[in-house]
Design a protein around this ligand. Structure first.
Ligand code: SAM
Ligand code: SF4
Length: 398
């Protein structure tokens, strides 16, 4: 995750450049349930409104949670499928909060209404992220449900009224790119605390639909718009949080932006970004799926490291010695093509390996989602590699 506001603020009000302390354990994104009331076109978990057998029971979740705490995991992001479809979600959430985890709820928001908003507020989430992928028609088409936009925006309003920190999560595609300015206007209109721009990752239905990914020029324009917008708000004293995910090229791209706006601060920003260190899959980010299988991050659902029913998470994570995890933990990562020669490798850390794997079948190929030009990354004569057909992940044809 790239905390854009923090870095733009550091350009405006420089502070000493220091390493970022790393927690002992990784941030865990936990897909507690795979069932979902929606069937979004990009969904990495290939969720649908059917029962998925063999999910972790409440007691099993608690056992894992105890291990995560002992292992130094600081943050649990409770996700799915749709986590609010799990009957024990509030018991799990409250236990996590009482144990001292930072607890986030990742929801499509459509199941939040007047009947459960007090219960959600009592669960004490540190943050509730609600997905909004465009204006009404675009969002409803993408999420394949009429009325989803209205329900999710109602959820945003209810959360705000209940005093919950709430953010919008927006996955950028060709279809919603033109609506980004209108989506940013919603933040002001509803006094929303945070905005997360998620780049499309080629996994699950997102892999099958990757031809709808934003073109490089669109992504560049979207990112410049976001930098300008965040900068403008900070100048006006508005401290809304802007973050991005799934494309660590955003960090070197901010450096390009800083060259125009704060040229004297570029070396300090570059050092801050090196301390941040880019893609954290398999190191500071981990995933546990609905069946208890551990993955290097949420988008690697077809890559298993072990099951918490057989071995505690702490051991699975510490003992992982397969090629992918060894590569993740190597510095620099053993990336190829443009990524290998890129002058920003120490900042972005090779970006998103799922995309590389999805188009080439090789974990370490260049990331086809990198939207920086050869000039910008300082390579000559390295054409982009031709994308091979996507590797389909067959899961019940959902
Ligand atoms: C799998 S969903 C689960 C939580 C909830 N059902 C929701 O949609 O917000 C978690 C987040 O991942 C995002 N997401 C799903 N598939 C993605 C993909 N292929 N690339 C990028 N983001 C994706 C969703 O838009 C959502 O914000
Ligand atoms: S992205 Fe979220 S809301 Fe959409 S199908 Fe997947 S789990 Fe459900």
């Amino acid at each position: 995750m790239f905390r854009m506001t923090r870095y733009i603020q550091s350009l405006m009000q420089p502070t000493p450049v220091r390493p970022i302390p790393k927690p002992k354990g990784p941030v865990v994104i936990w897909n507690l349930i795979r069932r979902c009331n929606l069937t979004c076109k990009h969904c990495y978990s290939i969720s649908a409104d059917i029962d998925f057998k063999g999910e972790l029971s409440t007691d099993e979740v608690y056992t894992v949670m105890d291990d995560l705490k002992d292992f130094g995991v600081p943050v649990l992001i409770l996700s799915g499928g749709e986590p609010l479809m799990r009957p024990d979600i509030f018991d799990i959430s409250e236990r996590a909060r009482d144990m001292g985890f930072y607890v986030g709820l990742s929801t499509n928001g459509t199941l939040i209404d007047e009947t459960n908003i007090d219960r959600i507020a009592r669960a004490g989430y540190d943050y509730v992220g609600i997905s909004i992928d465009g204006l009404e028609k675009t969002h409803d088409d993408f999420r394949q449900k009429q009325g989803a936009f209205a329900a999710s925006m109602k959820a945003v309003r209810l959360c705000k009224q209940a005093g919950i920190k709430v953010g919008l999560r927006f996955t950028l595609t060709q279809d919603n790119f033109p609506q980004l300015p209108d989506i940013l206007a919603l933040l002001d209109e509803h006094d929303i605390d945070k905005f997360y721009l998620s780049h499309l990752n080629y996994s699950g239905r997102g892999g099958r639909n990757r031809k709808r990914d934003a073109w490089y020029d669109m992504t560049r324009e979207a990112m410049n718009l976001l930098f300008d917008h965040c900068h403008d708000e900070l100048k006006r004293g508005i401290h809304r949080e802007y973050v991005t995910g799934n494309n660590d090229a955003d960090a070197p791209f901010l450096l390009q932006w800083a060259k125009k706006h704060y040229p004297n601060q570029v070396p300090a920003l570059a050092q801050r970004l090196r301390f941040w260190g880019g893609n954290a899959s398999g190191v500071n980010i981990a995933n546990i799926d609905n069946l208890g299988v551990v993955h290097p991050d949420t988008f690697w659902w077809n890559y298993d490291l072990g099951n918490v029913r057989d071995k505690p998470f702490s051991r699975i994570w510490s003992e992982a010695s397969d090629d992918l995890m060894l590569g993740f933990r190597q510095s620099p990562r053993p990336v190829k093509g443009r990524c290998a020669d890129c002058r920003y490798l120490a900042i972005c850390n090779g970006n998103t390996r799922v995309r590389a794997y999805s188009v080439s079948g090789d974990f370490w190929e260049e990331d086809p989602g990198c939207y920086l030009t050869n000039d910008e990354i300082g390579v000559v004569d390295i054409p982009r590699r031709v994308a091979a057909p996507a590797i389909e992940i067959p899961v019940n044809n959902l």
